[in-house]
Write a new protein. Sequence first.
Length: 194
Amino acid sequence: MSRRTTLRLGGGLLVLAPLLAACSGSSDAASQANAGYVSGDGVVVEIPPEVRAAPLEVRGTTYSGDDFDSAALCGAPLVINVWYASCPPCRVEAPALKAVHADYGPPGVEFVGVNTRDKAGPAAAFEETFGITYPSIPDPDGAVIASMDGSVSPNAGPTTLILDAEGRVAARITGAADQSTLDSLLDAVLEEGA
């Protein structure tokens, strides 16, 4: 059963979302096995178009050496997934991201990962294992996360942002994303441009 809670908040409350997405702590065996990462709790925040903040400008160099600049994608929605290879919920959500990329990538939705910890080898192994074909930007120093102007908590992984065609944050999932939620959020963003 999902603990996901869907909230519709104004743009001003988006800044408070990281504080609301508190992580639960436990001393059981599962928590010990997951030591070393902080996961969000599955909170989904949708931001109505009229209260969205200014466009994000996400820039970096992908693992393959290509420059990435979200401003160059203006006119297309963008899914940004923050992840790293040893994060258990990142592994849980990877099949959903692969499926959503296959369904929404060809019609024009862009995808990029932001990897907060891994060198090229572990990142490539994760992408190969889960069939992830969109690019990822390594961000071990947190510069890319910092450029997202508080939209992503630097210590919670995974986090997924959906940017509208203007580059503004339209939705955020803190914790593992599932396919039906991603589909629903992307459909809503695509309908705005129709």
